[in-house]
Write a protein of this length. Sequence first.
Length: 196
Amino acid sequence: MTEKMKKIAMEYREKGFDPEEIAREMNLSRETVAWLLSRSLDGTPPADVKIGWRSIGVFPHRMRLIADIMVDIVYEEIEKGEWIPDTVIGIAHNGIIYGAFTAEDLGVEFTTYRPGKDGGTGGLGANYAGIDGKEVVIVDDVLGTGHTVRGAIETARSYGANPKLVVVVVNKTQMDEIEGVPLRALMRANPIIGER
């Protein structure tokens, strides 16, 4: 499996993807991608969980069903906090699909966030809703290190928006909030070292 993942990572690099883009495409941490792109696979690999989406991603109605669960979680959080979202921010690239379906179901505006390269903050899609002064929900597929979501929160706040909730399909961390914003996931995936 490791050799296959290394081959895939190398193919992405040959196509011009940078390590951050490879990590997002493969749903792996940047540390795992750096290890895969190294000359040899010596040493202990970083603790990580590979997430495969093919069963869901092939059919839009399956992605819609996942988004329906995300909407249910948003409503649960709204009831706890007595707030109403104005806009959903979908994080590129897989979070855009879930975010668009979520915004549609909530009856609110939608915009996108594209992470910056090499640790840069990134930015909002110019062809979508503005978020100035709005209550926002941020949606993504996988939370690995939290780096991308932190960038989305930081960008939203720089526009004067108030991030109220982050919803992801899979949380690969132990975090329940990020930058003071509640974090909810459909499932949590953590490596357990030494156990079967």
